[in-house]
Design a protein around this ligand. Structure first.
Ligand code: NAP
Length: 287
């Protein structure tokens, strides 16, 4: 019996991976989850998962947490600035525990991306390559859901702000990316593969603004700003300094194609078209 483990199983992506595994009728007793909080552990245990307690920052307990596992879905840490040491802990522990395959959630086009989040993902990809373990890279696009965070303000102000000009974005929903991760975990032949996982449909910010306008029945304009002014606007809206700077920088990087890909790697992996922006927006506007 092949035993798989999902790290970050309590997170938004991790929960959807568990749903996707359930939809594939993967027996719950073959699924382990890495959890760092007792209350979340109890909840997942009650659902029948094999709960392993562990924290990416605690190298020693990770090896014990990974005992007896075959395949690991390694969901990247959200702790920017801490990811490299945390991720190295995970890879080292997986190797020591005898895990045979790791699927890692990296960043779209990590090796060429100009996005400020890329260096930590590249360091992780390099550590996986150096580990001698079998692995595959799930280079995830930005989540479509990220673009919804400003939706209430966009609707209120009738304006969408950014610094990306007419750059193209091809994000993907967490649910589609989760289905891809589940597929890689339970089927064979993914060793050494690099999957660039973006949505089938791309849009620019002016197109995003006009799609919202059409669906909401009001005029929405896109207002393009210089990077520093956009960063300031994000900070004024309550986004913390480091994140505001990374997001403003990402808009500029998008002009060089860092958030766009048209190879349809995601729809090929999940065997169906990806969920469109329009579908996601309609759902959000109906809530
Ligand atoms: P999320 O909802 O924030 O989930 C993060 C998961 O990581 C949670 O299960 C969390 O556990 C766990 N975690 C955090 N720190 C940990 C640690 N030190 N040791 C062990 N587990 C730890 O994020 P998500 O939306 O599912 O996204 C998954 C990952 O994708 C993120 O962690 C981040 O690396 C990356 N990301 C991608 C995008 C994108 O647009 N593609 C956007 C944001 C983030 P708790 O429940 O205990 O907190």
């Amino acid at each position: 019996m092949t035993k798989i483990l999902i790290t970050g199983a309590t997170g938004q992506l991790g929960q959807l991976v568990l749903d996707a595994l359930s939809a594939k009728a993967v027996p719950v007793e073959t699924i382990a989850v890495l959890v760092r909080r007792q209350e979340a552990a109890a909840e997942l245990q009650a659902k029948g998962y094999d709960v392993r307690l562990g924290d990416y920052s605690d190298a020693d307990n990770l090896e014990a947490a990974f005992a007896g596992l075959d395949r690991l879905l390694f969901i990247s840490s959200p702790e920017i600035g801490q990811r490299v040491p945390q991720h190295l802990n995970v890879i080292k522990a997986a190797k020591s525990a005898g895990v045979s395959f790791i699927a890692y959630t990296s960043l779209l086009k990590a090796d060429t991306s100009k996005i400020g989040f890329a260096p930590e993902h590249i360091a992780t990809e390099e550590a996986l390559a150096a580990s001698g373990l079998d692995y595959c890279l799930l280079r995830n696009a930005w989540y479509t859901e990220n673009y919804l965070m400003a939706l209430p303000q966009i609707l209120e102000m009738g304006q969408h702000f950014g610094a990306a000009g007419d750059a193209k974005f091809a994000p993907a929903t967490r649910a589609d990316l989760a289905q891809a991760a589940a597929e890689v975990l339970v089927s064979a032949g993914h060793e050494g593969k690099i999957y660039e996982l973006a949505g089938d449909d791309a849009f620019t910010y002016p197109e995003y603004a006009s799609t919202i306008g059409e669906l909401a029945g009001k005029d929405i304009a896109y207002v393009d700003m210089p990077e520093a002014a956009y960063q300031q606007a994000l900070e004024s809206a309550g986004v913390p300094g480091l994140m505001a700077s990374l997001l403003a920088n990402a808009d500029v990087a998008a002009k060089e194609g860092s958030l766009f890909d048209d190879r349809k790697g995601l729809s090929k992996l999940i065997g169906r078209p990806t969920t469109s922006l329009e579908t996601v927006l309609k759902e959000a506007l109906n809530q």
